[in-house]
Design a protein around this ligand. Structure first.
Ligand SMILES: [Fe+2]
Length: 615
């Protein structure tokens, strides 16, 4: 056989493989596509092997215990900035305190430094960020107060050149002057944004908590080697605990008599420690859920959520930790807040209009939106609870051709047919609920369309979201009723089981979505479908020309999150206290500053080995 024949056979094999994956409307390895839909609704009965009882990891579990000394970094995580050329590194130093007499740490006392580079032997670049602490205060008899360790956020980016796409970077974080630095970790940047480049696998998970089922979910998720993780709200379930550490599977049942909805903040530290092996390598992007509200003194909310995670808020011109956007290859992600103002007159809506108007679908053809409470949900749990948000925002998202929406909140899995305004629509989004990460609250198994299970409309609004917008349907099969009398036609597939999903965008029109159940082998698919875009058929911008288009302000040079917490007395940022400090003046822009006096011997030695690529 000649060389040409070998090449031809090889080429034809490649073509067959490609054909199995991406031929539009053709063979997809037996996997259905949305072009085959809308599908007749399917309900899969609860699996006998399903482990419904979710028990929290106790504070004695080795995976949640502090295993560093002094001010060495712990709870290390990576999150994305708005574009591939920048990421955030976050960590915590010092010990939290909980009790009657807590003394907050001084966030200025430990520096926020990351050394990084493309070789683990040459961490030749340097970035300095900011630090903060937050308090969770309960001025009530017998309740304990909490103050966090020092939380550090550092954005890696170069003044001259940013991070390279699709590239592994090694990093070490901490304060070299103590010295208290971490071991060396690594992460990989996202690919460049274009029609042809995408992260290979994006894991999507919601309502995680920290139970033995959570550990199973994360184990399955890690086995799929994601490049990025989306966490669609409800993170630790710390608010299922009293401040004395007593837990419950149902807060409202057990703790109804307490003067305020307490939380046990050490659960956040446990969660950060448990997740570190994963999220110190794989970027995680989080949006808030109702369990992050965590009301405390002076009506302060979301202190842990807004303090512990880094968000590309200012990079995406939102200045809020509750909504922001970012690109991952040819995908533009919009993260929205279901528990803050979402009305058309509010800041979030106006930001969303501007953000969507500035998405270039020739660069990021895929538009994916994420928020916590689902709009299309046929389970009894949280049925039509987010209807006011839907009324406010659905038309705007539809007008820009949002392709996929990910939600959590409902502790089960559900995938919709393409739908808009409760009507099947080939240009509507596919709505996917993955609130089945494994937390200690019960699995949702009851459907609103089963006899006797349609909730009383007056019970459906979420108190914190306020308002009532879910009236009887005015058209369609459920006309005149609050619930369908069979699985709604928008609901393509629903199943109650713990698990997670993986999104694999193949090209500008095809993305493979796979839902994995915890009781299955790692590679088994519980639900799988190709989500197919039809850009020639479905508009990607409002039909009224220019109606929503607004130019963005240029990105601020010194982007940090100070604006997001200026008026929150329970969070203390080192940068805010320290405005005249020279070190902080250059806090976010001193990468590649190789003459910095702070360099300790160890880091200096690493620089000495040289890394031409980083220069
Ligand atoms: Fe929730």
């Amino acid at each position: 056989m000649g060389v040409d024949s070998v090449v031809l056979i090889g080429l034809s094999s490649v073509l067959v493989l490609v054909g199995l994956v991406v031929v539009q409307g053709g063979v997809h390895g037996g996997i259905p596509t949305t072009l085959d839909g809308p599908f007749k609704p399917v309900t899969v009965a609860v699996d006998d092997k399903f482990r419904g009882r979710a028990i929290d990891l106790p504070d004695t579990d080795a995976r949640v215990q502090r295993n560093v000394n002094g001010f060495e970094p712990e709870q290390i995580s990576v999150s994305l900035s708005s574009t591939y050329d920048s990421v955030w590194i976050s960590w915590i130093t010092g010990e939290f305190q909980i009790g009657d007499n807590i003394k907050p740490l001084d966030p200025k006392s430990v520096k926020s430094v990351v050394r990084y580079g493309k070789s683990r032997f040459s961490l030749s670049r340097k970035a300095v960020g900011y630090s903060l602490i937050y308090n969770q205060l309960y001025p009530f008899e017998g309740l304990k107060n909490y103050t966090s360790g020092i939380i550090h956020h550092v954005r890696l980016r170069g003044q001259k050149s940013g991070l390279k796409p699709d590239t592994i970077y090694y990093y070490r974080c901490g304060d070299p002057s103590i010295p208290a630095t971490s071991k060396i970790y690594y992460f990989k940047t996202m690919p460049i944004s274009s029609l042809r480049s995408y992260p290979k696998r994006i894991a999507v998970v919601g309502d995680l908590g920290l139970t033995y089922n959570t550990t199973s979910t994360i184990s399955h998720l890690m086995s799929n080697y994601p490049d990025l993780i989306l966490l669609v709200g409800d993170v630790t379930y710390a608010n299922l605990y009293l401040t004395n550490g007593t837990g419950s599977d149902c807060y409202s049942c057990s703790f109804a008599q307490t003067p305020i909805h307490e939380t046990y903040q050490p659960r956040w530290d446990y969660w950060g420690r448990f997740m570190e092996p994963l999220v110190s390598k794989v970027p995680i992007m989080v949006v808030e859920g109702n369990h992050e509200i965590e009301l405390q003194a002076e009506n302060s909310t979301f202190a842990a959520y807004s303090s512990r995670f880094a968000f590309p808020s200012e990079e995406s011109r939102s200045s809020s930790t509750f909504y922001y956007s970012f690109n991952a290859g040819g995908i533009h992600f919009v993260m929205l807040g279901g528990y803050i103002d979402y009305n058309k007159t509010g800041d979030q809506f106006k930001w969303l209009e501007r953000d969507l108007a500035n998405v270039d679908r020739k660069i990021t053809p895929w538009l994916v939106a994420t928020w916590h409470p689902p709009w299309y949900n046929s389970y009894k749990a949280h049925y039509r609870e987010a209807e006011c948000m839907k009324v406010a925002m659905e038309e705007l998202l539809y007008s820009y051709g949002v392709d996929i929406v990910f939600n959590g909140h409902v502790h089960a899995y559900e995938r919709s047919n393409r739908v808009y305004n409760y009507t099947l629509d080939p240009c509507g989004a596919v709505y996917i609920t993955v609130g089945d990460g494994g937390n200690r609250e019960k699995m949702a198994i009851t459907h609103a369309d089963e006899p006797g299970n349609c909730p009383d409309p007056s019970t459906t609004p979420d108190n914190f979201m306020a308002g009532f917008c879910a009236y009887n349907f005015t058209s369609g099969p459920a006309s005149g009723k609050f619930c369908w009398d069979q699985q709604p036609d928008f609901s393509a597939y629903r199943e109650s089981s713990f698990g997670h999903g993986v999104l694999e965008v193949k090209n500008e029109t095809h993305a493979l979505w796979t839902w994995h159940r915890n009781q299955d082998m790692y590679n088994d698919a519980g639900d799988q479908i190709y989500i197919v875009r039809q850009p020639e058929r479905c508009p990607v911008e409002p039909e009224v020309e220019g109606a929503l288009v607004q130019d963005l302000e240029p990105e601020p040079v010194h982007g940090d999150r100070a604006l997001a917490c200026e008026d929150d007395e329970n969070r203390v940022l080192a940068r805010e206290e320290d405005k005249d400090d020279e070190e902080d003046e250059r806090a976010l822009d001193c990468e590649e500053d190789k003459d910095d006096e702070e360099d300790d011997g160890a880091l200096a030695r690493e620089e000495d080995k040289g890394d031409d690529e980083d220069d």
